[in-house]
Design a protein around this ligand. Structure first.
Ligand code: PLA
Length: 502
């Protein structure tokens, strides 16, 4: 029997059971409740009481080869640090640039009170798509006039490549894509995730720092019928080496004769020559022959809209009805991926492309950016010549676009970062767009030291050969060389040094 003062509820009703549970938590009995709650925790591994994370096995991933350079740069407190890693345009003052015409377009958008923030259609902003196709294929392109082009707004160049890759994996019988060797590092990562298998074709010739045209033709000739081929529309990244128009024509003929499907990556239209039309010429040659192709466009660089993530994927088809069906399949790729694209960046682009004056203003600002990059090439080349830096540096002025593929090796790059706080990708690529007249001498000093430092170490080691060194001198020299080696950290120099001294 329970007494009147016993407030422990009976276990009959639901309310009673809840109260009894609450009381057990407030006055836990060592025998039962502790064990019970342990069991509850182990049955709920994501609970905050558990000791081990369910992600405890997750290993630390490596930083991205390009964007990781910015991460390292941001951590460096040095006032002289210089980021030449990511391809991002900087002014002569070393500042990021928002184009005047972009500011104007944004102001117009803000002032337009009729604008709302509704979802865009799956394929994006219609005006943006129509006008983007004109930018890359030309305003009077027959393919556009015949409605054979379908264009969908995507998340900048990367998103356009990814959507195009996944569309091909689902709808095209050949699932191998050939990418140039070398190429932008993300190509080899994104296409397999889209469902394509990646192979490479020869592109760059290190001894001449130019195009390995013969190797390119051989590799494309032996590609299987119908294979997809990734082509940089202009300003090849990272090499800065483009085929000539005559070479493009040969590539076109070869690819068409073998039924290879061109997939152009156009991330730098206008940045190579300063002219939108000249930089689009290779793409337009492939469209003019009536054949099919894909083009991924980015407005990150040429309109400075990096973080707005504005780009477009166009697929040129043989007929208008195929283009309609292709678009329906692109929607099936996009909808489960990100549903529909963001509205702001595409509205900026459409506002500029729609208005003749704003369009012209854009081309003037674009040309100024391209010209500044070209002048940086000249200044760096002259600065190295003035220092008498060993080697032929003419590739700096011959290469085109945002990057110079310097030929510096990863040890030299590490040395320049450590000693001069200059950040660049380990393959020796430097973003010319990140350079200014003020920083050219610093970069030239760093390159000179990186190149000549190794030579000095080797020269000392070689000259010590055959000289009858006293033991004390020998140890002094050894110490000096070891110091130099720890500065330059070049294993090949290290081997030469020790061999000669022994
Ligand atoms: N394609 C190529 C050839 C590129 O170089 C880049 C960007 C892209 C596509 C993607 O650009 P987007 O998605 O921003 O439009 N390459 C940069 C940046 C500029 C990066 O690696 O993301 C580079 O430094 O190489």
């Amino acid at each position: 029997m329970r007494s009147q003062t016993d407030h422990t509820p009976s276990v009959g009703s639901v309310t009673d059971r809840r109260l009894s549970c609450l009381l057990r938590h407030l006055h836990p009995s060592p025998s039962s409740s502790a064990m019970e709650s342990d069991r509850t925790i182990s049955a709920l591994p994501t609970s905050s009481f558990g000791s081990d994370s369910v992600f405890a096995h997750v290993v630390q991933g490596p930083e991205d080869a390009i964007l990781g350079v910015t991460v390292a740069f941001n951590k460096d407190p040095s006032p002289i640090k210089l980021n030449l890693g990511v391809g991002a345009y900087r002014t002569e003052e070393g500042k990021p640039l928002v184009l005047n015409v972009v500011r104007k377009a944004e102001q117009l958008l803000v002032n337009d009170k009729s604008r709302v923030k509704e979802y865009l259609p799956i394929v994006g902003l219609a005006d943006f798509n129509k006008l983007s196709a004109k930018v890359i294929f030309g305003a009077d392109s027959p393919a556009i006039q015949e409605n054979r082009v379908t264009t969908v707004q995507c998340l900048s160049g990367t998103g356009s490549l990814r959507v195009g890759g996944e569309f091909l994996a689902r709808n095209y019988p050949q699932r191998t894509i050939y990418i140039p060797q070398p190429t932008w590092g993300n190509h080899a990562k994104l296409f397999p995730l889209a469902g394509l298998s990646v192979k490479t074709y020869r592109y760059y010739d290190p001894p001449t720092r130019g195009l390995n045209f013969q190797g390119l033709l051989e590799d494309l000739s032996s590609a299987p019928l119908g294979a997809i081929v990734l082509l940089h529309a202009c300003a090849h990244n990272p090499t800065g080496v483009d085929p000539t128009i005559e070479q493009w024509e040969q590539i076109r003929q070869l690819m068409r004769s073998k039924g290879l499907l061109p997939f152009f990556d156009s991330a730098y239209q206008g940045f190579a020559s300063g002219s939108l039309d000249a930089d689009a010429q290779p793409v337009r040659m492939f469209v003019a022959d009536g054949g099919e192709c894909l083009v991924a466009q980015s407005y990150a660089k040429n309109m400075g809209l990096y973080g707005e993530r504005v780009g477009a994927l166009s697929i040129v088809c043989k007929s208008a009805d195929v283009a309609i069906r292709v678009e329906s399949q692109l929607k099936l790729v996009i909808r489960p991926m990100y549903s529909n694209p963001p509205i702001h960046g595409a509205s900026i682009v459409a506002t500029i492309l729609k208005d003749r004056n704003m369009f012209d203003e854009w081309t003037v600002e674009l040309k100024a950016m391209a010209d500044r990059i070209i002048s940086m090439r000249q200044q760096l080349f002259e600065a190295l010549r003035a220092r008498g830096t060993p080697g032929d540096w003419s590739h700096i002025i011959k290469q085109i676009g945002m990057f110079t593929f310097t030929g510096l090796n990863s040890e030299q790059v590490a040395f320049m970062t450590r000693e001069y706080h200059i950040y660049m990708t380990s393959d020796g690529r430097i973003s010319m767009a990140g350079l200014s007249s003020k920083t050219v001498p610093h970069l030239a000093d760093a390159i000179h030291a990186a190149v000549t430092g190794h030579l000095i170490a080797i020269k000392i080691a070689m000259s010590s050969n055959g000289i009858g060194l006293k033991l004390k001198q020998y140890y002094k020299l050894l110490l000096l060389l070891l110091l130099m080696e720890s500065t330059f950290q070049d294993p090949s120099t290290c081997r030469v040094t020790i061999l000669r001294l022994q």
